[in-house]
Design a protein around this ligand. Structure first.
Ligand code: ZN
Length: 174
C-alpha cells in the first residue's frame, strides 16, 4: 500500500468535474488504488477523501467519519455515488485536506440518501444518513463537481481566509 500525494488549493485539477468509473475499469489494480486512497485518508487524519484530491478526477470517495471516536477503521469506498439531500439546513465548521490551515462554517443539509457501487461493482444504498457523516458526504460530493468548501463560506469568512488561500496558491506555483 502507498500513501498518495494530496493536491492542494491552486492546483487546477481540484476544479475539474470528476468522471464516472466504468464497470470495465473495476479490477485488482483499481481496488489496490482504492486501498491507497483509504490509507492516505487515515495517514492525513481526514474523515473523507475524494479521488480528485490525489490527482485522479474519477467519481470515487473514501469516508470514515467514526474512526476519530471509535479508533476502529471502518472505511467505505463510494464508487459513482449519487446523493440526495434532504432535511433542514445546519451550519458547522469544515476544513479540507486540500486547503490546509483554513476552516470555516458551511451550511449543509441535515440528512442525505446515498446510492453507490462498491469496489467489486455491487450496488448499495443508505437512507437518512445524518450528522458528521452527512456533512462529510456533501463536502466530498462537492469535490466531484470541482467545488471546494471555501466556495460556500460567507463573504466575511471567505475574505478572512483570503490571505491563507493566496499563500497556498503561491506554494502551488513554487
Ligand atoms: Zn475536502
Amino acid at each position: 500500500m502507498a500513501v498518495l500525494r494530496i493536491v492542494t488549493w491552486g492546483d487546477p485539477i481540484l476544479r475539474k468535474k470528476s468522471r464516472p468509473v466504468e464497470l470495465s475499469e473495476i479490477d485488482d489494480a483499481f481496488r489496490a488504488w482504492c486501498r491507497d486512497l483509504v490509507e492516505t485518508m487515515y495517514e492525513e487524519d481526514g474523515v473523507g477523501l475524494a479521488a480528485v484530491q490525489v490527482g485522479k478526477a474519477i467519481r470515487v470517495l473514501a469516508v470514515d467519519t467514526a474512526y476519530g471516536e471509535t479508533n476502529v477503521k471502518d472505511p467505505v469506498v463510494y464508487v459513482n455515488p449519487v446523493l440526495e439531500i434532504e432535511g433542514g439546513l445546519c451550519e458547522d465548521s469544515e476544513g479540507c485536506l486540500s486547503v490546509p490551515g483554513v476552516r470555516g462554517k458551511v451550511v449543509r443539509r441535515e440528512s442525505v440518501n446515498i446510492s453507490w457501487i462498491d469496489v467489486d461493482g455491487n450496488p448499495h444504498r443508505r437512507e437518512n444518513v445524518t450528522g458528521l457523516e452527512a456533512r462529510c458526504l456533501q463536502h466530498e460530493m462537492d469535490h466531484l463537481e470541482g467545488v471546494l468548501f471555501v466556495d460556500r463560506l460567507s463573504p466575511a469568512a471567505r475574505s478572512l481566509a483570503e490571505g491563507k488561500l493566496r499563500k497556498l496558491a503561491r506554494q502551488q506555483g513554487a
